[in-house]
Each structure stands twice: as structure tokens, then as C-alpha cells.
Design a protein around this ligand. Structure first.
Ligand SMILES: Nc1nc2c(ncn2[C@@H]2O[C@H](COP(=O)(O)OP(=O)(O)OP(=O)(O)O)[C@@H](O)[C@H]2O)c(=O)[nH]1
Ligand SMILES: [Mg+2]
Length: 441
């Protein structure tokens, strides 16, 4: 099924492979299998019963999405008709596609590189316009071309080095200053890719905000207030939230993923301690910390410790429960002078906090999607690996070691860039990538 389950104007069943013509003759006997021509045809099941009248659209190999013969049957969008059509196609000799199998075949047929295939999955998964724009720009395959170009430059250097080692009398040793400059240029391009990836992350995933603070400070209440929904359990008992809980919320032009966490305290039971460990992970990986402190109580050692250790990172401070007092707020130190004082129960206070968060979310502007950019953590990992290997090569050259000693690092970078362009993908990697596709793609 190429269309989602449910009722709609049309439903599309798609078949790909060498048997497509034979299958078409069984399920849509009247269809003219002329490439790219939609014809009206009766759709029949294995017993010859007419299921529907629909459009048959045929693509002849290799000019199709998968590079194989492809047939699309467009039937009326009733779940029953769609299902019967699918069964008819299966009875005629097809089998169900595995997740992402159409795109996997397209990749294996050389129709697209791996980065473009991953962009297809991202495009389908995109739920915001900016994320869709980013994925759509990657369909054209600029990333693989960029990776190949960088790889080719490194390969030239590696060959030059090898020649100088193999034929020391004929081939002069390459000039280290020139090598350094060339490697620096490739590394620079890797750094641009990595930088765009970080900025693009904000667009794709939203700003990640970890709501942290001592138990009972009102973190879950704040999550609910920002969402406008009673999503998290709130109670007067400290230690209510045990596990992290994540919800998305629109923030000005951008959006954020708010992560409610278990309150941090030293003496916690076993389950609560496990929750606090998760809080630490959330805090470490979030772009922004939203630190919530009970303003009505004097600052205790734990609150002070949390304030101190979040000073060096992007954070927004909210002293809560202002309706009950402000002793803690008044005791705060100079680095906390920009903290907000308010209450989760006051709509105006929540709005003030929301605009403070929106300021942080908007700070990331959309990268220029027209230049090659990374789309997945896997690709970012490959770029970082290449950049690290190049940095090591640069360092070797800087301390004046023999130039041929950088050959190993160059090879590492070449391999990583090969992976980035999808040239060195093995079965396991392909399985992992295509597993996140939906069935009909
Ligand atoms: N007076 C007052 N009480 C509040 C305010 N916000 C939350 N509370 C109360 O504080 C208590 C704790 O709220 P929670 O939101 O569960 O606090 P938490 O930080 O998530 O707590 P843990 O999950 O246990 O770490 C509840 O009884 C809330 O009703 C506020 O602005 N003013
Ligand atoms: Mg809570």
C-alpha cells in the first residue's frame, strides 16, 4: 500500500519487480501497459470478480522509482477496496514489501545515493515545513557529490605520498606546507557540514529544553502550563516524576521539545535514583536547561548546587511559587540576577517565560539548504570522524614528522567520507537505514 490506511479519495497499491507485467495482466486485464500512461481498468481478484474500476499506471524499467518495472493501481479510497486490491495483487504473485524496500531497491539500482535515500525517509517523516524543506534539498544528492569531491582530493594526496615512498629517487617528497594547506581546506569543508548540521538540528528537532530542579519545585506543573494540557502528573509529594517525559510545543516561529524530569536530590530511593540518572542524561543532551526553583523556600544546598553547575551553559531560570513567597528568589546570587520570578498558576508569568524560551529557540536561523548538508546522525558521525583524522594528520605535519606518517590518517578520513557518500554501505547499515521507512516506500 502506497497510501496511508483509512478512507480517502484514492488508495494506491504499488508493485515493483520483474513479474509486474504478468501481475498486471491478472489484476487489471484491461490495462494498457504503455509506460507512463494512465488507463482506466477493471480491477479483478483471483476468481475474476470485479473489485473496482481504477487507474493502472505502468513504468517500464529502468525509468521508474526502483529502476524495475513498476505498476500503480489507483483505486477508490475505501479501506475494503484497498485491502481487496492488495490481496488480489498478492494472489497474482507479489509479496508484501518490507519497510523501505522500494527505496532500497532504488538505491541498489543506482537510482539514488544513500544520503538521498535517507532524505526520502526524512521527507516523509517531516511534520514541519522547515524540516521538509531541509529533506527536500537533500533529495538531489548534493551531499554524496560533495563527499566524493573531498574524498578525491584526499586520495590524490595519498597517491602522491605513496609514490614518493615507493620511488624515492624519482618522485620528490610532497611539500609539507602545501599538504597542510590542502588538508586544512578539506577539514574546513567538513567543519562547515558539521556546523550546518548543528544549526539544522534546531529546525528539524526543535529546541530541546530540559526542565530540571529540586523535587516539588513545580517542574511538571510548568510543563503542563506551557503545553496548556495536564500532561504530567503533579502532586504535593516530592519525587512524583520518576521518568523523563517529552512533549513538543510551538514557541514563536520555532518550536521546542520540553523534557520534564525527576527532581534532583541526593538522598533518593532506588527507583527515584534511576529517574535522577535519566535527568542527568536529559540535562546533558538538551540545548537549553530550564531550571525551576521553589522561590518561596530559602535556597538549600541542592538548589544552590544546581544553580552553580548550570551557570556555564545556556539556561533559563524560573523561580516558581511566587504566590507563596520569594525568600529563595531574594537570596539568589549575582549570576542568577536575570532569573524570572512567577507562578505556574499565573497565565501572565507563564507567557513571560514562554517568550524568554522563544528568544532562545529563535536564535538558530535556518542554514542555507541549497548547499550540501547532512541529514542524519550517521552522516554527522562520519564527518566528525573524517575531521578528526584530518586534524591528526595536520598535527603530524605541524610537529614535522615525516610526511608519509599521515597516510594512515588520510585513509581513515577517506573511509569516513566514503561512508558519508554511501559508497561503503554494508548490509547491516542498509538494514538499519531502511528499517525506519514505512512499508509502502
Ligand atoms: N503555591 C504554588 N504551588 C505550586 C505552583 N506550581 C506548582 N505548585 C505545586 O507544587 C507541587 C509540586 O508540583 P509538581 O509540578 O509536581 O513539582 P515537580 O517539580 O514536578 O516535582 P517532582 O516531580 O516531584 O520533582 C504541587 O502540589 C503543585 O500544585 C505555584 O506556582 N504556586
Ligand atoms: Mg514532576
Amino acid at each position: 500500500m502506497a497510501t496511508p490506511p483509512g478512507r480517502g479519495a484514492i488508495a494506491i497499491v504499488r508493485v515493483s519487480g520483474p513479474e509486474v507485467r504478468a501481475i498486471a495482466q491478472r489484476v487489471a486485464p484491461g490495462a494498457a501497459l504503455q509506460p507512463r500512461l494512465a488507463t482506466l481498468a477493471g480491477i479483478v481478484d483471483a476468481r475474476g470478480r470485479r473489485l473496482d474500476e481504477g487507474l493502472a499506471l505502468f513504468f517500464a524499467a529502468p525509468a521508474s522509482y526502483t529502476g524495475e518495472d513498476v505498476l500503480e493501481l489507483h483505486v477508490h479510497g475505501s479501506p475494503a477496496v484497498a485491502r481487496e486490491t492488495l490481496i488480489a495483487v498478492l494472489e497474482a504473485g507479489a509479496r508484501l514489501a518490507r519497510p523501505g524496500e522500494f527505496t532500497r531497491r532504488a538505491y541498489l539500482a543506482g537510482k539514488m545515493d544513500l544520503a538521498a535515500a535517507e532524505a526520502v525517509a526524512d521527507l516523509i517523516a517531516a511534520d514541519r515545513a522547515a524540516a521538509a524543506r531541509a529533506a527536500a534539498a537533500r533529495l538531489s544528492g548534493g551531499l554524496a557529490a560533495e563527499a566524493d569531491a573531498l574524498r578525491a582530493r584526499l586520495e590524490r594526496i595519498a597517491e602522491e605520498l605513496a609514490a614518493a615512498v615507493d620511488f624515492p629517487d624519482e618522485v620528490p617528497s610532497p611539500d609539507p606546507a602545501r599538504l597542510t594547506a590542502e588538508i586544512a581546506e578539506v577539514r574546513e569543508r567538513c567543519a562547515t557540514l558539521a556546523g550546518d548540521w548543528e544549526r539544522g538540528r534546531l529546525v528539524r528537532e526543535g529546541l530541546s529544553v530540559a526542565i530540571v530542579g529540586p523535587p516539588n519545585a513545580g517542574k511538571s506543573s510548568l510543563l503542563n502550563a506551557l503545553l496548556g494540557a495536564e500532561r504530567a502528573i503533579v502532586s504535593e509529594l516530592p519525587g512524583t516524576t520518576r521518568d523523563t517525559l517529552e512533549e513538543s510545543v510551538a514557541l514563536g516561529d520555532g518550536w521546542a521539545r520540553l523534557i520534564d524530569t525527576a527532581g534532583i536530590r541526593a538522598h533518593a530511593g532506588r527507583i527515584e535514583a534511576e529517574g535522577i540518572a535519566r535527568t542527568e542524561v536529559a540535562l546533558a543532551s538538551a540545548a537549553l536547561a530550564l531550571v525551576v526553583i521553589d522561590a518561596s523556600l530559602p535556597l538549600d544546598a541542592e538548589a544552590r548546587a544546581l544553580l552553580a553547575r548550570t551557570r556555564t551553559r545556556p539556561r533559563v531560570l524560573f523561580f516558581n511559587k511566587s504566590d507563596a513567597g520569594r525568600a529563595g528568589f531574594d537570596e539568589r546570587d549575582e549570576p542568577e540576577s536575570d532569573a524570572l520570578l512567577g507562578s505556574t498558576r499565573d497565565a501572565g508569568d507563564v507567557e513571560a517565560l514562554r517568550s524568554r524560551l522563544a528568544g532562545a529557540a529563535a536564535r538558530g536561523d535556518e542554514p542555507d539548504w541549497s548547499r550540501p548538508h547532512l541529514g542524519t546522525a550517521r552522516q554527522a558521525g562520519a564527518v566528525l570522524e573524517a575531521a578528526e583524522a584530518l586534524a591528526a594528520a595536520q598535527e603530524t605535519l605541524r610537529i614535522g614528522d615525516a610526511t608519509d606518517l599521515i597516510a594512515g590518517d588520510l585513509r581513515g578520513a577517506i573511509r569516513a567520507l566514503g561512508e558519508l557518500g554511501g559508497r561503503e554501505a554494508d548490509e547491516r547499515l542498509l538494514d538499519a537505514i531502511f528499517a525506519r521507512f514505512c512499508i509502502g516506500k
